[in-house]
Design a protein around this ligand. Structure first.
Ligand SMILES: [Zn+2]
Length: 78
């Protein structure tokens, strides 16, 4: 994949980095948007968000338990 392209972990859509929300694990803590660490990308829509939550896609991708607050925060951005 080209450097600026990323894939949504829910629907597998490929797009430019800035088209997605970025979730990143920094020192064992989940952060949104910024930070250096293992990161995952997700489309900014409810469908992908709910799928990610239901199937624990974020948790598996980042290998850490995801606090439901993370999903709530993302949902509040919709
Ligand atoms: Zn998606």
């Amino acid at each position: 994949m080209k450097p600026n392209f990323r894939r949504c972990l829910s629907c597998q859509k490929v797009g430019l980095k800035q088209e997605f929300w970025r979730v990143v694990r920094v020192d064992g803590v989940i952060k949104l948007d910024d930070g250096m660490g293992r990161s995952a990308y997700i489309c900014p829509n409810l469908q992908c968000l709910e799928k990610a939550q239901k199937k624990n896609r974020l948790g598996r991708s980042l290998r850490i338990a995801i606090n439901p607050e993370i999903y709530e925060t993302l949902k509040s951005r919709l």
